[in-house]
Write a protein that binds this ligand. Structure first.
Ligand SMILES: [Zn+2]
Ligand SMILES: [Zn+2]
Ligand SMILES: [Zn+2]
Length: 225
């Protein structure tokens, strides 16, 4: 049951953070983002990558699927402007619903649900990754001039996408054949966003002890989970 609930809880926590911290999304969100990036990257390398290489016999084909995932995420970020890794560009005047952002986030979140199942820990990676993202998107929506219905609709559908992906990958027999290939694509997505997060949270490549500690902590927890 956790595999369906935790990604939804992540969004509730994230939006809660956005609601209660309002404008000071400073150091703590950045550290949480660094931590989540390292944690997701480490879990992908420890859990998901070996699993997929184990299931698909042709290693080069697996590599090709992973590259497709990286490419797909690059394309999604043209549309979302980087919301999947915590980059939201706010235009307060915009009242038109942000369809491109919404659709690319939904595709991303839907695919993200696929590698979640009982015998791996990816649900925790997705949980931790989603909290700061939901906080940033929540802050963006709260500051925007969209109607309450649009905001709630955005969050509910966005929140339902990951459990939907998990449900389809776990229960639909006709996708079972493709689950490993899709998981390889998701590895590419995760590699792209987590490394982007680690890269972007650094300011001018200055040495930053708290960021380094957040990253080490992410790797450590992922290792022992
Ligand atoms: Zn970015
Ligand atoms: Zn930007
Ligand atoms: Zn994601």
């Amino acid at each position: 049951m956790n595999k369906y609930l935790l990604p939804i809880i992540a969004i509730i926590i994230g939006v809660g953070i956005a609601f209660f911290t309002k404008k000071d999304k400073s150091i703590s969100t950045k550290l949480l983002l660094s931590f989540s990036g390292a944690f997701l990257l480490a879990l992908t390398l420890f859990d998901l990558l070996p699993e997929v290489y184990h299931h698909i016999d042709d290693a080069k084909q697996t590599g090709l699927f992973i590259m497709c995932g990286i490419l797909l995420q690059v394309i999604l970020e043209f549309l979302s402007k980087g919301a999947e890794h915590g980059h939201v560009h706010i235009h307060k005047e915009d009242t038109a619903f942000p369809w491109l952002l919404f659709i690319s986030l939904c595709i991303h979140s839907f695919l993200e649900g696929f590698p979640i199942h009982e015998h791996n820990d990816m649900v925790y990676g997705v949980l931790i990754h989603k909290i700061p993202i939901a906080a940033l998107i929540g802050a963006f929506l709260l500051e925007s001039s969209y109607t309450r219905l649009q905001i709630v609709g955005f969050l509910i559908i966005f929140g339902a996408m990951t459990p939907l992906g998990t449900f389809i990958s776990n229960t639909m027999p006709f996708v079972a054949e493709y689950v490993d290939a899709i998981n390889a694509v998701v590895i590419g997505i995760f590699l792209h966003i987590s490394t982007t997060i680690l890269f972007e949270t650094g300011e001018g490549h200055k040495f930053n002890l708290s960021k380094l500690l957040a990253i080490c902590l992410g790797i450590l927890i992922a290792y022992f989970i």
